[in-house]
Write a protein that binds this ligand. Structure first.
Ligand SMILES: NC(=O)c1ccc[n+]([C@@H]2O[C@H](COP(=O)([O-])OP(=O)(O)OC[C@H]3O[C@@H](n4cnc5c(N)ncnc54)[C@H](OP(=O)(O)O)[C@@H]3O)[C@@H](O)[C@H]2O)c1
Length: 288
């Protein structure tokens, strides 16, 4: 297939591009480094010339925090909606949207609400769509996973409040496998939560990340939520991942039933084993 892959230079996009190419697909990458900026792709007409000869579209552009003119509304909603409508107009039926776990009726953050608006726009179109909602993804090259890895390696691990926030991390190869399956599955018009098999507390997840780095368990220091929020408000000037809303989302905790994903993949999602943190294993190509 000829596949237009947006966000091709990102964490998810790079893994997808590698697997799609290995499977014999031809990729048209879209990202700023390839000369296409979502901030200038806000109408159907902007997209149409880029869709000639394309069989399927995967949208994996996203930001975790706003900065300058990189705004949620533009990157997560306006440009993707224009792209989806352009697909409908060009007769491209298979469209996959990488959304995020929590982009649902309970969403409160600008991040989730902007994702949900694009998801809804896609769902309203008569296309063979998939809305894929990954939870926190781990594996080589992830920005948020990298930040948590560094946090986990500190001699004493800081956790927010009691550290019992629920996480259901998923390995990048399960995200890739779900995308690959969505490209050909006849069971279209699906919203799938891409979550790992286990629910862990934030504190346990950081200890697992220590284990992956061959470090012994560490003591945790409990930072009250209000103090953590004050630190994050300062930290956002140094790291775009440090945003008050991201802390609120972490505090809310996100979990989902993994059985629909397991049914779709024909196997359970991977369990978080230490070796997977640095592994690119992709089960669709037969690795176990
Ligand atoms: N990583 C996770 O744990 C996770 C979990 C759930 C959902 N998601 C969602 O999955 C998507 C991808 O995440 P990721 O981790 O792969 O993010 P990432 O590594 O930060 O990659 C973001 C991609 O978006 C592109 N991009 C950013 N601004 C752009 C613009 N103005 N125009 C065109 N392209 C632009 C970047 O390319 P350039 O910088 O080259 O333009 C890059 O290819 C996001 O929507 C994210 O919300 C991620």
């Amino acid at each position: 297939m000829n596949i237009l892959l947006t966000g091709a230079s990102g964490f998810i996009g790079r893994h997808l591009a590698a697997e799609l190419t290995a499977a014999g697909h031809c990729i048209t990458p879209v990202c700023r480094s390839q000369g296409l900026d979502f901030r200038r792709m806000l109408s159907v007409a902007d997209w149409l010339p880029h869709l000639e000869g394309v069989d399927a579209v995967i949208n994996s552009v996203g930001i975790i925090g706003e900065s300058g003119t990189q705004r949620f509304n533009v990157l997560h909603t306006l440009a993707p909606c224009a792209l989806f409508r352009a697909c409908a107009q060009s007769g491209i039926r298979r469209v996959l949207q990488i959304s995020a776990l929590g982009a649902d009726e309970l969403a409160f953050s600008a991040y989730h609400l902007s994702k949900q608006a694009a998801d809804d726009c896609l769902r309203r179109l008569d296309l063979d769509w998939f809305v894929l909602r990954p939870s926190l993804i781990y594996g080589p090259g992830g920005k948020s996973a990298g930040l948590l890895m560094r946090l986990a390696a500190l001699p004493v691990i800081p956790v927010i409040g009691n550290g019992q926030q629920a996480l259901q991390p998923v390995h990048i190869s399960d995200v890739v496998a779900t995308v690959m399956q969505s490209l050909t599955s006849p069971h279209t018009k699906q919203t799938l939560d891409i979550v790992g098999a286990e629910i862990l507390s934030f504190a346990d997840w950081l200890q697992t990340m220590r284990q992956a780095q061959r470090l012994p368990r560490a003591r945790t220091i409990h930072i009250p939520f209000r103090v953590a929020m004050a630190i994050v408000r300062l930290g956002r000037y140094f790291n775009p991942l440090l945003q008050p809303d991201n802390l609120r989302m972490l505090q809310s905790g996100y979990r989902a039933d993994f059985r629909p994903l397991a049914q779709f993949l024909g196997r359970a999602p991977l369990s978080a084993k230490p070796k997977l943190f640095f592994s690119e294993v992709v089960p669709t190509r037969g690795a176990s």
